[in-house]
Design a protein around this ligand. Structure first.
Ligand SMILES: [Zn+2]
Length: 318
């Protein structure tokens, strides 16, 4: 398990939480709670699976037990009530358990709320091992977003050399991890922590979000069954490679690593190409309307030919 980091405090093992009882509010989902309850033993704690939990008077801490959406709900509840927050991820499919921002879906857009870092992240080997391994590997989408988002950022802002090095190192470590035959969730946690901490050093916590996230947020509106956040991001990587004109050898290196883990699946099974073409045509307007300015879509609007190549990358993958 990763050591305590400069800013993100990690504690290992559910037993380190101390006794859980009446003054604890557990924010969770039915599925996450089914997996966690036997290990956590929540006693008299209040268990809340609803959309906007409000702590009772007398609550002294909030425990967020679950994956991304649970984390966002719990962060907002803790920030509003001024209570300590401990996150207990059951699945490392995104960076939500570690980050100081809640991403809230409002209408067709995502609004970010800075809620502050959790007081501690509790990583428990047995709890993480109980999740389907496929769930953990979707975090690769958030980790590789650094590749495309930093390219976007270079178009819009100065990016200092140490940050560029950090971003490259993070992508390289993520790709190296995909070659690992038996990936360990603690390695995934260490990468997600490194990503969030790199974001904190830039002064805005979501430096890792760019074109890939902005297209993913629009896709969420188009698909009935919202797939994993990371699945959308990975399907959008070859699209970003076209829009941002990545060097072919760079694309090949990333595609090869993803292929090893079956993470190279084309987007067309999530949304037909004809619908993606329409979405892409509207994407610059969507980004402009929502103030999402660090994207190649606004800095170098795609030509007709590049748009068609991007649709082909969605349909056919790498
Ligand atoms: Zn994300």
């Amino acid at each position: 398990m990763p050591p305590t980091h400069d800013r993100i405090r990690v504690i290992e093992g559910l037993d380190r939480l101390g006794p859980i009882g009446r003054t604890d509010l557990v924010v969770t989902s039915p599925r996450a709670w089914a997996a966690a309850a036997p290990l956590l033993g929540a006693g008299a704690a209040r268990i809340e699976t609803g959309p906007a939990p409000v702590p009772d008077a007398g609550t002294t801490r909030i425990l967020a037990v679950g994956a991304g959406a649970v984390m966002d709900r719990a962060k907002v509840a803790a920030a509003d009530a001024g209570l300590p927050l401990l996150t207990v991820p059951t699945l490392l499919s995104t960076d939500a358990a570690f980050s100081p921002v809640a991403a809230l879906r409002v209408g067709d857009a995502v609004e970010y709320r800075e809620t502050g870092l959790p007081d501690a992240v509790v990583l428990d080997r047995a709890l993480l091992a109980a999740a389907p391994p496929a769930g953990h590997r979707w975090s690769t989408g958030d980790l590789l977003s650094v590749e495309s988002a930093v390219r976007d950022r270079l178009l819009a802002h100065q990016v200092d050399e140490p940050l560029l090095r950090t971003a490259r190192d993070l992508v390289d470590r993520t790709l190296a991890g995909l070659h690992d035959e038996a990936p360990d969730p603690s390695g995934t946690a260490a990468l997600l922590i490194a990503k969030v901490e790199a974001g904190l050093r830039t002064g805005d916590a979501w430096f890792e979000e760019g074109t890939e996230h902005y297209l993913a947020y629009q896709l969420e509106q188009e698909t009935d069954a919202v797939p994993w956040h990371g699945e959308l991001l990975l399907a959008l990587m070859p699209v970003c490679a076209v829009l941002q004109e990545w060097a072919p050898e760079r694309s090949a290196r990333i595609a090869d690593a993803l292929r090893r883990r079956g993470l190279d699946r084309p987007g067309a099974r999530l949304l037909p190409a004809v619908d993606f073409r329409r979405l892409l045509a509207g994407a610059p307007g969507y980004c402009a309307a929502h103030g999402l300015t660090n994207t190649v879509l606004l800095h170098r609007p795609p030509t007709a030919a590049r748009s068609e190549a991007a649709v082909a990358a969605w349909e056919g993958g790498w």
